[in-house]
Write a protein that binds this ligand. Structure first.
Ligand code: CDP
Length: 270
């Protein structure tokens, strides 16, 4: 495979991005709920070329026991990238980056869940990145929140997430991989749409205060749009599924190998 070459520009003279999008335009997003037979809840997301599957289990008995929380369920999130998900083969061992992203995803989702209703149990969320093309932590949150809803975990609301950033001095929404790598910076965010509470806010690169405020406003609007797509996906799933067929989308549930070990556990800040 030829090495990736830094593009001459990220915003064309016509004001368009490398993939032809306008600065404030999101990638096409396809959400599906109930894509795995074995999981209590599941969802997939295709956001541009980024493709992720999330599976949720629980509330169920927690092992190892010493992680037990007496006043709430433990939300355990494992984010993993398939070895074939990136241009250079990703090493199969869990990386620091995967552990960090697992933790920030758990922290982004936790405020939406009534975990206190299930003390001494665990709610597991396994996230597998099948193909990464930027914005995987945000796309993972979009899918994981749907998987948790599909599993029937009581929640205040779904959690939509998107990254906003800057490329060639222009504010852009929903960064692709090259924009992420070669742009001036990015700000992944997630919100609770019912209250506008922000549950994820990270910053890579430097922004002026004004740029950051403007970026967050655009992110908020984009999250509200994604929230509508999430609700539509749930409606589609529950409108078309009989309660006892366990869901399952025959397109791609059987061959999926989610080799998720216990070692890359994240989710509690202690
Ligand atoms: O995916 P996200 O933007 O949330 O996280 P990141 O750590 O900022 O990574 C940005 C992008 O770099 C990912 O989405 C992947 O497309 C790419 N990446 C990669 O090519 N190889 C890796 N081992 C990790 C990330």
């Amino acid at each position: 495979m030829s090495p990736e070459v830094k593009p001459d520009f990220l915003i064309s003279p016509e004001g368009l991005r490398l993939d032809g999008r306008r600065p404030d335009e999101l990638r096409p997003i396809e959400l599906k709920v109930g894509v795995l037979k074995q999981a209590d809840g599941s969802a997939s997301i295709k956001q541009g070329k980024t493709y992720i599957i999330a599976a949720a289990y629980g509330p169920r008995e927690l092992h190892p026991k010493h992680l037990t929380l007496n006043d709430r369920a433990y939300l355990r999130v494992v984010y993993r990238m398939a070895t074939f998900s990136v241009p250079d083969r990703k090493r199969p061992a869990p990386s620091r980056r995967e552990r960090e992203i697992s933790m920030v995803i758990a922290n982004a989702l936790k405020p939406s869940l009534f975990l206190e209703e299930f003390p001494r149990t665990v709610v597991d969320v396994f996230i597998q990145v099948i193909q990464a093309d930027g914005g995987t932590r945000c796309a993972a949150i979009n899918a994981a929140s749907l998987a948790l809803a599909d599993a029937g975990i009581p929640m205040r609301c779904l959690v939509p997430s998107v990254a906003v950033g800057k490329a060639d001095g222009v504010l852009i929404v929903d960064l692709g991989d090259e924009e992420d790598k070669y742009g001036e910076g990015d700000v992944p965010m997630a919100i609770l749409p019912t209250t506008n509470d922000i549950t994820l806010l990270q910053q890579d690169g430097s922004f002026t205060r004004e740029d950051l405020m403007e970026a967050m406003q655009s992110g908020l609007q984009a999250c509200k749009y994604i929230h509508e797509l999430q609700k539509d996906a749930l409606k589609r799933a529950f409108g078309s599924r009989s309660p006892d067929d366990g869901g399952g989308d025959d397109d791609f549930d059987d061959d999926l190998e989610t080799d998720l070990g216990e070692s890359e556990i994240a989710g509690e800040d202690e």
